[in-house]
Design a protein around this ligand. Structure first.
Ligand code: HEC
Length: 133
């Protein structure tokens, strides 16, 4: 009667260890799927998994709502925004996509001043300009 009791912990050990070992791998897979990878990652490999984000369904509204108060060519008060940095049209925006990605996405965004857009909008901005323009 003693042998089975003694053996029980030995049998249980691998069963407990398996999920612990698998957890980091599972987390890595989930993170990659949820975030679409880090901004610096090769976009070609992840864009296929991203939502379709375009000027029409996102970019126009985001820039109009959060950037154009200062950056529109017709803005009455540009608050010091540089003359050439305007997002009036789709072409204006994509011509400056590298600058937008640099200041409004990534780890330390500076635009818009006061950082009034959330992480979700920043991520969609990144997907739009990186994958679809
Ligand atoms: C309240 C006014 C204001 C708003 C709103 C605003 N900006 Fe700006 N932006 C500025 C000013 C002022 C500068 C110049 C100073 C600087 O670069 O910080 C600037 C500079 C920039 C530049 C040029 C930076 C460079 O280094 O070349 C880009 C690109 C830019 N903004 C993008 C955006 C985007 C994208 C948004 C919206 C998500 C936005 N801005 C919203 C005022 C604004």
């Amino acid at each position: 009667m003693r042998a089975p009791l003694f053996a029980a912990p030995l049998l249980a050990a691998p069963l407990l260890a398996a999920p612990l070992l698998a957890a980091p791998l599972l987390c890595a897979a989930l993170l990659a799927g949820c975030t679409g990878g880090a901004p610096a990652e090769d976009s070609a490999s992840t864009c296929a998994e991203e939502p379709v984000v375009t000027w029409d369904n996102f970019g126009d509204a985001l820039l109009t709502g959060h950037c154009q108060s200062c950056h529109a060519s017709t803005s009455p008060d540009r608050a010091g925004a540089p003359v050439g940095v305007i997002f009036d049209t789709h072409a204006d925006a994509t011509a400056q996509k590298d600058a937008i990605l640099r200041v409004a996405t990534g780890e330390a965004p500076t635009m818009p001043p006061g950082l009034s857009i959330g992480d979700t909008d920043r991520e969609l901005l990144r997907v739009w300009l990186t994958c679809y323009e």
